[in-house]
Unconditional design. Sequence first.
Length: 374
Amino acid sequence: MADVLYFSRDTKLYVEIGSDVWELPVLDGFSFSQDSNSTEVTLAEMESSAGVSRRGRAFFNDSLAPAEWSFSTYVRPFKSAGAGTGAVNTVANSHHAVEEVLWALMAGDAAYSSSSFTGFTRDTTDLDISFSDSNKSTLGTANLYFKMGGTTNPVVYKLSGAVVNEATIDFDIDGLATINWSGFANTVTQDSAPTPTLTEDITATDNFIRNRLTQLSITAADTTTFPGANSDGVYNLTLTGGSITISNNITFITPEELGIVNTPVGHVTGSRTVSGNFTCYLNLDTVANNGTSTDFFNDLTSSGALGKITNEFATTFKVGGASGTPRLELAMDHSHFEIPAHSIDDVISLETNFQALPDTISSTDEVALKYVGA
């Protein structure tokens, strides 16, 4: 009998919530694993009268660690056709994203009803995703299925009770917009693959976003300390790269009963963090130099700025351009900027880190997402 080998390029991913199953195309480099925790017991004693000193040991499996998984998807907004096999909506031209189920898991309970999720506002103009439902001790979970081997002798691994912990959007100037997702699950077991019910636009070619089109808008709340261009607090910076990371800082809970191998029973959320960084060329406008990158650095290191321990800038990344389609916009109205650092290369750049903060410490408005489909 011939051996069967399994290749990562044959893999399909399904996300199951109740009776709904999304098929998500993933990129090369995905992973999942589940380790175990064990205890070693050793003997350490002096010699007996017979000159014997026992030196044995025993080993016990205590528990399974939570499964860890990660994979990347492209950012792929689209408008639903409103009918047909695998359609995500009965309303034509309603805006969706191939990966939207993962945002629902990250931002709330992922309850799916009437072609939408809690915290989603969609119509024929755009899809808005807020984190208004994310102040919870536990978030929505799903079952992830990794199907390997195509249609002949496939092997399917089920990650039960999967939760999304972190999403990172990278702005690689020469590539397509991608999101790296990572999280945890209760267990990894072999199972059979579910039949996907929501597959619209996963094979389309018009819903990819080029990072080179990304635009950045920064507006200071304090226009006296940070006047920007024409004293309006606006800084005009052209990106060369960057990333934004949203994290739930999740911890898994596992019992510690003796005599059995314990398995994880669930998760609890930590503080929600939204942070990022971007790079831009060190640019000087020889006429006015208002709102350029050199002006941005100078204002952040001025005596007035150094007297403020917290600053505030409304920051919007428009991945795909300001008005183009498809695109993804990430709005962070209360960003705190750290002082930029110079990067010495062939062309000198500025590297800037920032933290997106809520309006109040108990609010959920660190970031809002807007998808506009092709």
